[in-house]
Design a protein around this ligand. Structure first.
Ligand SMILES: Nc1nc2c(ncn2[C@@H]2O[C@H](COP(=O)(O)OP(=O)(O)OP(=O)(O)O)[C@@H](O)[C@H]2O)c(=O)[nH]1
Ligand SMILES: [Mg+2]
Length: 388
């Protein structure tokens, strides 16, 4: 059977479990996960290689495939420039795709009764359900416009009684003509094989988009920044996590990956700037006598060390950039694809300067040689004159 390949975008409201699903399918953590909504800010591609599964009496089999999974930020109504950027990332992921997984948090239950729209909201629970319905509706509008197969994935089934599953499937199926409906638990890795079978069956035959051994398009440097942001999301509350961005300013890999004579692993030196919007947020991020920053650093360093397979020297700085979420230029600078381009430009400029310096040095060497030659000639002349 020929290889199947294609792009599969995972979309849905914030906190539905999109990044958890990406990590679960890949068997590795390439996207950060927290209980807070709007954790993911940029789309991330994860490359999944699936070997051929042969047909048998009980198994229809599955062709060999390369599935490029694209995790996206949660669909929400944009407010700030950052929100707009995040939604742009969702739109980009929906533009170049073969299949879309529309992920729904099944624990949000059946909130689709129209009566709720008319009833005045009295309790916090009612308010949450109403918000949740609005968010799901908003996300659904986005996928309704697509012309590719959209698979409805009901996530978090580990956290709900089986009896609610059928009414939930019926409810969602009435809202859109989904290509398939698959209940899963991304956290417990339940239902994933069936989901992959359905995905692969809808991918076209084609070539690999990425080399076989590539896991993601996101360079380590940026995953490191994400891991730091994850710890901030987990350790701080209120507005702070949302007003925070992390930029890697220095990333010095060790010259060799070999252990030293003392048996210790080599060291990667990393400096990161944590941007926030106000002095009060900076104070929270630093904490009393630097305790919060230390906690963030220690937690992040452990994860980064296991990611890189080296020891890590991590420096964190907190900087204030007034209302950065409202600044388009600043938000765009945060995009790792853009940063990567800038780094490549910087590198090629440096290479050019280095080679120009080398040329200058060569000129000097030639000049020295010329001088040497001249002096040689002088010597000879002298010699000659002496001989004379
Ligand atoms: N019980 C349960 N929890 C889950 C499951 N999948 C994800 N979660 C939890 O749901 C929360 C959100 O998960 P994420 O993967 O960050 O969700 P997301 O959709 O990527 O969220 P955003 O990036 O904010 O859009 C985390 O606390 C996860 O542990 C699941 O299958 N079962
Ligand atoms: Mg996410």
């Amino acid at each position: 059977m020929a290889l199947r390949s294609g792009f599969v975008s995972i979309v849905g409201r914030p906190n539905a479990g999109k990044s958890t699903l990406l990590n679960a399918l890949l068997g590795q953590k390439i996207a950060i996960v927290t209980h807070k909504p709007q954790t993911t800010r940029t789309r991330i591609q994860g490359v999944l290689e699936l070997p051929l599964r042969k047909k048998s009496k009980t198994d229809p089999g599955r062709p060999m495939a390369q599935v490029v999974l694209v995790d996206t930020p949660g669909v929400h109504k944009p407010d700030t420039q950052l929100d707009k950027r995040m939604m742009q990332e969702v739109h980009d992921a929906l533009e170049s795709r073969d299949v879309v997984l529309f992920l729904v948090d099944a624990t949000h239950r059946l909130h689709g009764d129209e009566v709720m729209d008319e009833k005045p909201v009295k309790t916090l629970g009612q308010h949450r359900r109403k918000m949740s319905k609005a968010e799901d509706d908003f996300a659904l509008q986005l996928v309704k416009k697509l012309d590719c197969p959209v698979i409805l994935v009901l996530n978090k089934i580990d956290a709900l009684p089986k009896t609610v599953l059928l009414p939930l499937i019926a409810h969602w199926s009435s809202l859109h003509d989904f290509a398939d409906v698959i209940p899963i638990s991304a956290r417990k890795k339940q239902g994933l094989e069936l989901l992959l079978d359905k995905v692969v069956s809808r991918l076209p035959e084609g070539q690999r988009y990425f080399p076989k051994e590539q896991l993601t398009d996101q360079p380590e440097r940026f995953l490191v920044a994400e891991l730091i942001r994850e710890k901030i999301l987990l350790l701080t509350g209120e507005e702070v996590p949302y007003a925070t961005a992390v930029v890697i300013e220095k990333f010095e890999e060790p010259a060799s990956m070999r252990k030293g004579r003392d048996g210790k692993l080599p060291v990667t030196k990393i400096s990161a700037a944590i941007y926030c919007e106000r002095a009060g947020q900076k104070a929270i991020l630093i904490g009393k006598q630097g305790t919060m920053l230390k906690q963030i650093g220690t937690a992040a360093r452990k994860d980064i060390e296991s990611l890189l397979g080296t020891r890590v020297f991590l420096e964190l700085f907190v900087k204030i950039e007034d209302e950065w979420r409202a600044k388009r230029g600043f938000v765009e600078e945060l995009d790792w694809r853009r940063q990567l381009e800038q780094l490549a430009e910087l590198q090629s400029r440096q290479n050019r300067e280095d080679s120009e310096e080398d040329e200058d040095e060569l000129d000097e060497v030639f000049a020295d040689e010329e001088e040497y030659d001249e002096s040689d000639e002088d010597d000879e002349a002298e010699g000659e004159s002496e001989e004379d």
